[in-house]
Write a protein that binds this ligand. Structure first.
Ligand code: SAM
Ligand code: MD0
Ligand code: SF4
Length: 367
């Protein structure tokens, strides 16, 4: 066997037994390019996923209900200074209608997402956000995720109290210099510590990174280790998609192998965590490859015909109905996978929340 083959087998064997991998080992995996080697990595990622989740996939509905934003992230279509997007802020009843429709279609979770909309940052604004999340939870009976950007700690604890289950807030990169270039005039530590505060309030947390925004393999390894240390319950990567009217408009989208390898390495490092295959990058076409790389959640399912947008792909596959439960089931079937039951999903969420509570009380006792 050539020495590179031995190196790969050695790393994969370690990973299979649950031994931690070093940063250099992660970079070695992330730098692979030969089809046969990639297949070995994806195969291990799938087998680790199946160890914890069998062939069951969770389905998340995405409701981007306000596209107003006070920030100027260089990669984002909805950045404040972009004049192209048609901005909207859906009313409470519009959001409830979309959420109830999604619940009937069989999703396991409703992800309520918004820009850092100045409407909510004004006096009492956040109370309407908390109220909205509470109503979505009560009316759908489903677990709820909220993705509002950085919000005050008090708001996180109120969200948790009204029954919100998840806080999603992607660092994009865990390299502070790169962060500064991507999230202009935003505070790295505030964004990171918001996730820790959310966990202290009893919320499950999702962190994530962008691929193709100038990061090195070492940056990716640092991110993966940071998300592991944070104890994030769900971890994602999305390929950057260039957006009209933004400073990164002329950039190229990265080759997909980068995102797929990151998904696989996330799975290898955090085998029992949730890892999305987002429909927001390549739509339904890109689903199979992401699941084959070890993802176990399909995100960015969007109810058609309600005028709701995606983020990286603001319109792709939405009104055609491909970003729906019905649209993804045939792909799952063809792959020998299936949608989990709501009991499966609730079971996972409740167990993880219970673990968070135990951790909290241990920490309290240690004080
Ligand atoms: N405004 C909130 C925030 O920034 O946390 C929540 C919504 S934000 C639009 C959701 C995520 O979409 C971003 O954190 C980023 O990871 C991803 N995203 C935004 N623009 C993208 C693009 N052009 N390509 C790929 N992903 C993108
Ligand atoms: C997705 N478009 O899942 C959504 C979004 C925000 N929590 C999620 C980036 O791809
Ligand atoms: Fe606003 Fe979020 Fe887009 Fe940044 S990523 S500009 S915070 S909507």
């Amino acid at each position: 066997m050539a020495s590179t083959d031995m190196k790969l087998s050695h790393i994969l064997r370690k990973a299979e037994c649950g031994e931690p991998l070093s940063s250099l080992e992660l970079q070695y995996l992330l730098g692979l390019s030969k089809p046969d080697e990639l297949n070995q990595v994806f195969k291990l990622a799938r087998s680790l996923r199946n160890r914890y989740f069998e062939n069951k996939v969770f389905l998340y509905s995405f409701i981007y209900f306000s596209t107003w934003c006070r920030n100027n992230c260089t990669f984002c279509y909805y950045r404040k200074s972009n004049r192209y997007p048609s901005r909207y802020r859906k009313t409470e009843s519009e959001v409830l209608e979309a959420a109830m429709g999604a619940a009937e279609s069989g999703v396991h979770l409703i992800d309520l997402t918004l820009g850092e909309d100045p409407f909510y940052y004004k006096r009492y604004g956040f109370s309407s956000l908390v109220e909205l999340a509470k109503k979505v939870k009560m009316n759908t009976g489903l677990p709820v995720m909220i993705s509002p950007g950085v919000v005050p700690a008090q708001v996180l604890s109120e969200l948790s109290l009204v029954g919100v289950d998840w806080y999603a807030c992607y660092q994009e990169t865990h390299n502070r210099e790169l962060f500064k270039q991507l999230r202009i005039d935003q505070n790295y530590d505030l964004r990171f510590s918001n996730k820790q505060k959310a966990m202290h309030s009893g919320l499950l947390v999702e962190d994530g990174i962008l691929a193709g925004v100038g990061e090195t393999l070492s940056d990716i390894a640092v991110s993966i280790k940071s998300m592991f240390r944070l104890g994030a319950h769900q971890v994602r990567v999305m390929s950057f998609v260039p957006q009209k009217g933004t400073p990164m408009e002329q950039w190229q989208t990265p080759p997909r192998i980068r995102e797929l390898l990151i998904i696989a390495v996330l799975r290898i490092v955090m085998p029992d965590r949730l890892i999305p295959a987002s429909l927001d990058v390549d739509g339904i076409e890109g689903l199979q490859a992401r699941l084959n790389a070890g993802a176990n959640v399909i995100t960015s399912l969007i109810p058609p015909k309600l005028g709701l947008a995606g983020v990286a792909q603001s319109t792709k596959d939405i009104n055609e109905g491909f970003r729906t439960v019905q649209g993804v089931i045939p792909v799952l079937k063809q792959m020998g996978m299936r949608a989990a039951s709501l009991e499966d999903y609730y079971g996972w969420v409740i167990r993880e929340k219970e673990k968070l509570r135990m951790l909290q009380s241990q920490e309290m006792r240690a004080l």
